[in-house]
Design a protein around this ligand. Structure first.
Ligand code: HEM
Length: 489
């Protein structure tokens, strides 16, 4: 009898083990190989993956080789020489694979296929071309922006007068942009809880980036338990901070007239409109909405301004042009106000040229909800698409021989596309129905902050500036942007 029970238990254990093994083999090899051959049959080639890591190992090797060759002088220009030809440095594997596989190919992160796209015509054929939406109560928000920026500039002035003319401006601008987005998204002011939300959200961003190393590899969360737990803990802390902000605001809605013109105020008012709070969006959805805005809006704008300061520091003639324009537009007034922003045309060209050369959002992603037919080939349902914005913005065939030059005037005759040969070759804010909802707000923040800086200071690049653009979710200057600032009389 005992023998029979033991043998039944052994059979059960063996079948369980067999089932587990089959699941692993299926997830790690069978399923990705089937998808691989399906994509190949549809005419989509690319670097050969080896499962379960896909092309991750090769990507790391190429990235490592690039880092060591740029630190030995082959990069995009440390110290004095600054080259804007950055694609092969920030996305070395894509740059290398483009040479052998063209502008559309498939690569693998673990067992997940990604369709790489750097061909605007393919993108046009593939996308539905729906219009985007936009958000923002600009006039009410501009005064919040002036207030935060002025506080930052006063701090710069104090530093300079105490004998510190060199300031690493990127960190200051990122902190100020965090403050602005916290105010405009969920009405959190420059106080302790406001700073705490901003700091925690930023920490979350970094944790997410760092835990992304094995994205696409099955069970990768189990492989990095520490990072997964850290991200979970931070997520809970952020949620409870935002929940307490939301419930305070909900209570004040019941007792007072709500004058808050931030995103949360608008959402709460919509929810409250028919007297049944929470009908339109649940509290959970409100928290998610606030987080999406913070992640989408804070660093991107700060980076656009920081890269602009780097480029203007190298091009003092453009600093002068913009100061002249600000003077013309503002006339007798001491500072630019909301109504004047649309007249700052040259500043708009500069912004676009900066977004072209150093697009803070270096890529855009999509997933095929259905099979998509493109020129007789089928992109299977579920395929991830990875659109290389940096590659298209630095493509000589689209922009001409001066592609790597800082030339804001290319947007003079063609303010939307800068003379790009294809309408989808310039897309700093994405495309179609999911295009960035914050682009109007960004334009406003950019012009306000830049006008305030340019009217108070002139600046040049510090000799310690090290030109090393790198991807940490966004396209950032690895070592910040140290400037030498001089107050203007
Ligand atoms: C220079 C500044 C900015 C850049 C370069 C930028 C870029 C982008 C890009 C490329 C996307 C993806 C679009 C797509 O998938 O087609 C996006 C989405 C988004 N952006 Fe921005 N953005 C900026 C500023 C902002 C600001 C200031 C906010 C908020 C106040 C914001 C909020 C969002 C949100 C919420 C989404 C997600 C939209 C959706 O998924 O429907 N962005 N942005």
């Amino acid at each position: 009898m005992a023998m029979m029970i033991m043998s039944a238990a052994a059979t059960l254990a063996a079948s369980l083990l067999g089932y587990l093994c089959w699941n692993l083999v299926y997830a790690f090899w069978v399923s990705p190989l089937a998808a691989y051959y399906k994509l190949r049959r549809n005419g989509f080639g690319g670097p050969t993956p080896s499962f379960p890591l896909g092309n991750i190992k090769e990507m790391r090797t190429i990235a490592k080789l690039t880092v060591s060759s740029s630190s030995s002088g082959g990069g995009c220009g440390g110290g004095g020489g600054i080259s804007h030809d950055i694609h092969s440095n920030v996305f070395p594997y894509f740059s290398q694979w483009q040479n052998s596989h063209g502008k559309v190919f498939v690569y693998w992160l673990g067992t997940e296929p990604f369709m790489y796209i750097a061909d605007p015509e393919f993108l046009k054929e593939m996308s539905a071309g729906v219009m985007g939406k936009s958000w923002g109560k600009p006039r009410a928000m501009s005064s919040l922006m002036v207030e935060s920026t002025t506080r930052m500039l006063d701090e710069w002035a104090t530093l300079i007068s105490s004998g510190v003319p060199e300031i690493e401006v990127e960190s200051h601008i990122t902190a100020t942009a965090g403050e602005i987005i916290a105010k405009t998204s969920f009405g959190v002011g420059y106080n302790e809880s406001g700073r705490m939300v901003v700091e925690k959200l930023r920490a979350m961003q970094l944790t997410l980036f760092n835990s992304n190393r094995y994205v696409g590899v099955p069970y990768s969360k189990i492989m990095c338990p520490r990072k997964t737990l850290d991200a979970k803990k931070l997520g809970k802390e952020i949620d409870s901070l935002l929940l307490s902000i939301i419930s305070t605001r909900k209570n004040s809605l019941n007792t007072t007239t709500n004058n808050n013109k931030d995103l949360l105020g608008l959402l709460l008012q919509e929810n409250h409109a028919d007297g049944r709070l929470g009908k339109t969006l649940t509290t959970r959805e409100l928290v998610d909405e606030c987080k999406t805005f913070f992640f989408g809006g804070h660093e991107t704008t700060a980076l656009a301004i920081s890269w602009t300061l780097m480029l203007l520091a190298k091009h003092p003639e453009w600093q002068d042009e913009l100061r002249k324009e600000i003077k013309e537009v503002s006339g007798d007034k001491t500072r630019v106000d909301f109504a004047m922003l649309s007249s700052l045309k040259k500043m708009g060209w500069v912004m676009n040229e900066v977004l072209r050369l150093y697009s803070p959002a270096p890529n855009v992603q999509r997933q095929a909800k259905e099979d998509i037919k493109v020129n007789g080939r089928t992109i299977p349902k579920g395929t991830n698409m990875w659109i290389d914005v940096v590659a298209m913005h630095h493509d000589r065939t689209l922009w001409g021989d001066d592609v790597y030059e800082f030339k804001p005037e290319r947007f003079k005759a063609d303010p939307l596309y800068g003379g790009c040969k294809h309408k989808m070759g310039f897309m700093p804010f994405g495309f179609g129905g999911r295009m960035c909802v914050g682009r109007n707000l960004t334009m406003m923040e950019y012009k306000i902050v830049l006008s305030l800086i340019l009217t108070r200071f002139s600046f040049s690049l510090s000799p310690s500036y090290d030109h090393s653009p790198a991807i940490v979710l966004s396209l950032r200057p690895s070592h910040g942007v140290p400037l030498v600032l001089r107050p203007l009389a």
